[in-house]
Write a protein that binds this ligand. Structure first.
Ligand code: LLP
Length: 434
């Protein structure tokens, strides 16, 4: 459930609202393209996810570390942090964002295959809760750095359980031919090696097998393997107190059967972990934020070509929402104001970027729109703004957070001057300009 719904506007014509604010009002005031997020939906999704886990797994210590990469806006992180969320981070930038948004360091997990020395120093000195080590060379570097700093960070070994899953091959991380983590057998050896080091304290094992997972069985298979690993490590005489099961639960995108509900996910975890005494961590991203956000765009014009193809050309492009181009991802696109009664027609919905791939949907049935009409991309709260770029020298779309009847611009659109201000002409060129 989310808080974007059709209700009559001032003239009585139904239009899309976010909580108590008309999306058309935001588009007028802030311009398009613009991302709009709903506080009530963010809160609801986090609470539903947490309640599902705490009800199915009573008495366990559970950290829900929101995967910042899905939507790193400070106001979004802060909304979740206020409810007790931790943060799953993959760079110094994300750790800094989580801290700046009010996530305490002891609720921050630091993952990622290529953490640099500088990032490890920053994570250790910030006192993050857990560093998920993805390889032996990383463990060795981490131990040297921690020793130098005189700190003993708590670590988990990121395991690749060799179960791939996810909505697209480019977002499947758990198969053995991907770059993520170490094999189950290597994890056993590496954990023992880490336990013998004075500079780090291994406390757990972690996995994350993919994203937009719509079928629980690969997760269940992977989690069984993780449980066996914990039992093996303990029978090796090692102490293991934490199991990090990653993120990956899918969100509904309106084009296929809905993915399993958090309740079913939690019940599956309870089945797998029955009788195993261990603290748990989760790293959900998409399931919390995807349906808490939309991207609003304006129709530049409709190009009806003589060969019969009709293109809706928008002022949002692949630089604003990359998912359709990169993964052929489906996003529902709809006019913000429906109701002229015209039957849907097939359109190619495209952006203005000079790339054939700048296409959001091909032959998509949509109620006809005209130049100037607003459209909304639904389910755009996750991996939307976070993957946007300034390609074609297009300013990053601003972001707006709605709460009840109010809204605030939580990232403003940069000016062209600001976009160019980070670039510096070398002396020999700037002299020539005089
Ligand atoms: N933990 C780790 C270690 C991850 O790599 C990821 C996502 C997550 C948690 C959060 O996964 P989620 O709950 O959001 O599925 N850009 C792609 C998705 C890439 C996901 C990468 N890792 C997309 O737009 O579909």
């Amino acid at each position: 459930m989310n808080h974007f719904e059709d209700r009559p506007g001032p003239s009585g014509v139904p239009e899309l609202w976010c909580e108590g604010v008309r999306l058309s009002e935001i588009a007028e005031a802030v311009g398009t393209p613009v991302y709009v997020y709903s506080t009530a939906t963010l809160e609801r999704h986090f609470q539903v996810f947490r309640t599902a886990l705490t009800s199915a797994l009573p008495g366990r210590r559970i950290l829900i570390a929101y995967a910042v990469k899905a939507n790193p806006n400070l106001a979004v992180i802060r909304t979740l942090a206020a409810l007790g969320a931790g943060a799953d981070t993959v760079s110094e930038g994300e750790i800094r964002r989580a801290l700046a948004a009010g996530v305490p360091a002891e609720r921050i997990v630091f993952s990622g295959v290529g953490k640099t020395d500088e990032e490890l120093v920053f994570a250790i000195t910030s006192g993050v809760a857990e560093i998920n080590v993805e390889s032996e060379p990383e463990l060795e570097r981490l131990a040297i750095i921690a020793d130098r700093l005189g700190r003993v960070p708590e670590i988990a070994i990121r395991v690749n359980p060799d179960v791939g899953a996810g909505g697209h091959v480019k977002i499947s991380t758990g198969a053995s031919d991907t770059k993520f983590g170490v094999s189950l057998s290597e994890a056993r050896r590496l954990y023992a090696r880490a336990a013998g080091m004075k500079a780090v304290r291994p406390v757990g094992v972690a996995c994350h097998i993919g994203s937009q997972i719509s079928d629980l069985s690969p997760m269940e298979a992977a989690f069984h393997r993780m449980r066996e690993l914990v039992e093996q490590l303990r029978s090796d005489g090692l102490s293991v107190s934490r199991l990090d099961l990653g993120g990956g639960l899918g969100a509904p995108y309106h084009n296929s059967p809905d993915p399993p509900l958090p309740e079913a996910y939690a019940a599956m975890i309870e089945r797998v972990l029955q009788g195993l005494d261990i603290d748990l961590a989760f790293e959900p991203g998409r399931v919390i934020v995807a349906n808490a956000g939309v991207l609003l765009a304006r129709t530049v014009h409709v190009h009806r070509r003589s060969d019969g193809r009709a293109f809706v050309v928008l002022d949002a492009g692949m630089n604003d929402l990359l998912r359709p181009t990169l993964y052929d991802a489906f996003h529902q696109v709809r006019p913000v104001r429906e109701g002229n009664g015209a039957p849907p027609e097939p359109f190619d919905i495209v952006g203005p970027v000079c790339e054939t791939g700048d296409i959001f949907a091909k032959d998509r049935a949509m109620a006809p729109v005209s130049s100037g009409d607003l459209v909304a991309f639904l389910s755009a709260g996750a991996y939307g703004a976070s993957m946007s770029s300034e390609y074609n020298a297009r300013p990053l779309a601003p972001e707006v957070l709605v709460k009840g009847d109010s809204y605030a611009v939580v990232r403003r659109r940069p000016t062209y001057e600001e976009m160019m201000a980070r670039e510096i002409l070398p002396d020999w060129q700037s002299q020539n300009l005089d």
